[in-house]
Structures are given as C-alpha cells and as structure tokens.
Write a protein that binds this ligand. Structure first.
Ligand SMILES: [Cu+2]
Length: 512
C-alpha cells in the first residue's frame, strides 16, 4: 500500500514537472500549476464529514450542504443468519448486517473516501461495485477484501442519481443472491424537492434448496439461480419485512417519496402500490421526473426508481411486484399504512387488505407472533415433557388459522358459520367432527353431492385443495376441529400424507 502511494506520488511529481516545462515553453504563468487533477487536490472540496448511514426502510436525512465535501463512508460486510420467512432462516451476506445494505446519502461533487471492512467471522472475501462510481469496476478491484481485513478507495460523485451498489466477487450472482446490495443516493447540487416522508424499499430474489416456507436453515441453490427460478422474491430481505407493525407509515395529506431499488440478481420488478398512483416518477433512478401519474414502474435488476405520491385517504396500501405470484406466493408484498380522517369525496371507505389478503393481514401477523411465542414455550417444555403434545397442537391451531384465513374463509366465512343453504358451516359441524379422515379427504379430493350438516341439507361443490402441502392441511384441519365451538384431537402430517397416498388413481385417460 505504502509502496503504491509513493510510486503514485513520484509519478505525479514527474508529470507535474513535465507540465511545468511545457507551460513555461508556452509562456504561461508557472506559479499557477495546472493542477487539481495532477496534484490530487480538489479545490471544490471543503471540509470533511462522516456519512450517516441508515437501515431500510429508513433513509439518512437530506443533505443540507451547499458545497461539496469529503465524506467518509465505512461499511462492514458481515455474513449473518437471519429470518427469511416465518420459521425459515438463511445465511445472508450483508453490507452492514442487513439486507438491503446501509443507505448512503451524499451530494453531487462530494469526494467519497470509502472503507470496506470484512468481519473476521466471514468465510468469503467480498468487495463493492458502486454504480455511482466513475471508474473501471465501480470500485470493485480496489475494494477486494479478505475476512478480517479492510480496504480503502476514493471516488468523486460526478453524477447525481439513485444508484445500486453490490458485491462483485466471483461468483457474482451468488454474492448478490445472498443479499449483497444496497442503494447510494447522490443528491443533485440543488437538492431534491422537500417531502414529508422518505423510505428505502429494495427488492431481491432468493434461491433456496427447500421450497417456499420449508422450515429451518436454507442454503443457496445454484441450479435454481441459474434457471432464474427464485423461491423467494421479497422487499427488504425477508417475507413480511414491511408488513403489519413493520409497515411504513404516513398521515393523510403527506407526500411520500420511496427510493426503490432492485438488487436482483435476476428479476425485473413491476413496482406498484395498490390503491395509489405515483404522482411523479424518476425512472431508473435518474434525476429527471420523466413521467407523472404512473400506476406501475419498472425497476430493472441492478437499477432503481424514485416515486413520489401524496396520500389522500387513510388505510393500508399494499406494495407489490405486480408480477403477482411473486407478491402472493413468494413474499414480494409490503404495506404502507396511512392514518388520518376519511376523505369520502376521494374514496368511500372500507379496508382493502382484507380483499387482497384474506384477512391474513390482521390475523396473520398476530398469529405469527403467537406461533413464535408458543415455539419458544415448546423448547422450554421439551425438557419437562407432558405438556409437549398440547403445545404442538396449539402451534398447529395457530398456523392452521393462517391457512384458513388465506384459503377457506372465502367460502366457510371467518367465523366458520358458512352461508345458509349454500356453504355448510364448520362451526359446531357434526359432519366435520364425526370423522377425521373424511375431513382430510374432503380437503384433498374436494366434495360434491348432497350432505347433511347439523340437520340441514347442502348440495354444492368444494374443489379439491390438494395443492396445499400436507402440513397446511394438517394444521388447517386441526384449527377448524378446535375452533368455532369445536373441540377435537389434532390432525398430523403423517395422517395427511398417508391419505394422500391412498387416494384413488386418477380416472383412466379416455383419449389414450
Ligand atoms: Cu460478496
């Protein structure tokens, strides 16, 4: 390092000397060497400060300075096990301990002295490529850092805009796919127009060996990544990172600005807020409001967008990648909760999350918390034994409630009462409670034809729900058999698996 600095220093002196000779020859004043670049001193830079970094969904405060300065940015890379979804852990590689990495906020013209430290507990070397850097590799070569070391490089933020940064160590898709990305905002000299709220939302796709929701510690699946078949697509590093009491918030009448990034590594995001219209969009993270009144804006992998909108009415606004299976089946769903008085001139009221989420929004986060607390209790109880069975059942009941609120409630209703003469009740249902295996078969194979529940006849059709995993079926039936006034034993995954395997073979194909 020292050797390098010296060599560079000597080269500079040499170049400067040559310069002086030329200048003299041309008859120019030699007391004024032609030099910020040659000398390595930038006359625009006044003072020095340490960057305030922020964790998503927060962003650092706006830059108030009216001049460029030297900004010291220090980020530590850490490899940490964190929650990907309920009961699902993942070894994330992070810039600053979180996915996405720390939000960096500087001003156009600033000189950034960047220090990348790699925690001694890391297993891998890492580096950083900031798209805000003008220079080969965006800093990648100068920042390559082994575990327990740190590297430093400097760059001048020539172009304003919202830029992605990411690790660029081979294999790059794996480093990015493990969560190594974040955003750096280079504010234009004149600053951005003031708004009431600013948030940091960054999408990423994840590839795990187990399928969506498979519990325990999951590992990176190279084949799924190569095929671009993500198991999870999430905002801010985890399913539910922006849901329930972690939702971002605003008050009626306020203007919200979202700094939206997409780390990829592979998917493009069709970024949309259900029930809102983006008043202004700076597409691709550039500095121009290129479009107004936008419904869905495209955020490319390794790219960004800035969206701004005024919230006019209260309620829960659902943030999605409008490639909707990602939102409803892979996790790309967040919430903006707006508080304040109704504005019936704009919207007639009623909550929207129940419509989209099947009450999961409210019931889900509450019962998720309960599952966590029960699981903790169970770990305790395992030591003392007899209560295990009852706690296992309670966990099943709570998890089953989540399945019910997503799948069954539309027909059987939230309280299990059904709909008179159309959908039979599950509440106090003699039919349901009479035979456990029959209930499993109904969910797996569907049910049609006349049946009598509590003395009333029904003749409808319930479609087979055999796409539900065994565990969901066991849990939801344990829930309905122990809710709405019912009380019964639990249904185990083994029972469901057995009944599924005993299912009659599909009817012979008449076209064969
Ligand atoms: Cu890396």
């Amino acid at each position: 390092m020292k050797m390098n600095m010296q060599t560079i220093g000597m080269t500079l002196v040499f170049a400067l000397t040559l310069g002086v000779v030329e200048i003299t020859a041309a008859g120019t004043d030699i007391t004024k060497p032609k030099g910020p670049t040659a000398k390595g001193v930038d006359p625009d830079i006044i003072g020095e400060e340490t960057a305030v970094l922020a964790q998503a969904p927060q962003v650092p405060p706006p830059v108030k300075r009216t001049h460029a300065t030297k900004v010291n940015v220090k980020i530590e890379v850490r490899e940490v096990v964190k929650k990907m979804a309920d009961g699902v852990d993942y070894l994330f590689w992070t810039f600053g301990g979180d996915v996405p990495g720390s939000f960096i906020r500087i001003r156009e013209g600033d000189l950034v002295e960047f220090t990348l430290a790699n925690h001694p507990s890391s297993k891998m070397p890492h580096n950083i490529d900031l798209h805000a850097v003008t220079g080969p590799g965006g800093g990648a070569a100068s920042s390559f850092t082994a575990p327990g070391h740190s590297s430093q490089f400097s760059f001048k933020a020539l172009n304003p805009g919202l830029y992605v940064y990411h690790c660029a160590t081979a294999p790059v898709p794996m480093h990015v796919g493990n969560g190594m990305y974040g955003l750096i905002l280079v504010e234009p000299k004149e600053g951005l127009p003031p708004v009431d709220r600013e948030y940091y939302v960054m999408q990423g796709d994840f590839y795990t060996t187990g399928k969506f929701g498979a519990e325990g510690l999951q590992t990176f699946d190279q084949e799924k990544a190569t095929d671009e078949r993500p198991t999870y697509v999430v905002f801010n590093g985890a399913v539910g990172a922006l849901v329930g009491d972690k939702a971002i918030t605003a008050k009626v009448g306020e203007t919200v600005r979202l700094y939206v990034g997409n780390g990829g590594p592979n998917l493009l995001s069709s970024f949309h807020v259900i029930g809102e219209i983006f008043d202004r969009v700076y597409p691709e993270g550039g500095t121009l409001v290129a479009q107004k009144n936008v419904q869905t804006t495209l955020v490319p992998a390794g790219g960004s967008a800035i969206v701004e909108f005024k919230v006019e009415v209260p309620g829960t606004f659902i943030i999605v990648d409008h490639s909707l299976s990602r939102a409803f089946n892979k996790g790309a769903l967040g919430m903006l909760k707006v508080a304040g008085p109704e504005n019936l001139l704009v919207y007639s009221g009623k909550e929207v999350d129940a419509v989209y989420l099947g009450r999961q929004a409210a019931a889900g986060s509450e019962s998720e918390k309960k599952v966590a607390s029960l699981q903790a209790q169970m770990k305790e109880a395992i030591k003392t034994d007899p209560r295990i069975a009852s706690l296992t059942k309670e966990i099943q009941v709570e998890k089953g409630k989540q399945v019910f609120m997503q799948t069954c409630f539309v027909c059987h209703q939230i309280d299990g009462q059904g709909i008179p003469s159309q959908i039979p009740p599950l509440a106090k249902s003699d039919f349901l409670m009479a035979e456990k295996e029959r209930a499993v078969r109904i969910v797996l194979q569907g049910q049609t034809g006349e049946l009598t529940v509590n003395g009333k006849k029904f003749n409808g059709t319930m479609i087979p729900l055999n796409y539900l995993p065994d565990e969901d079926i066991a849990n939801v039936l344990t829930y309905v058999r122990n809710s709405f006034g019912n009380s019964g034993d639990s249904v185990s995954v083994t029972e469901v698996r057995r009944i599924r395997s005993e299912a009659p073979p599909p009817p012979a194909n008449p076209f064969e």
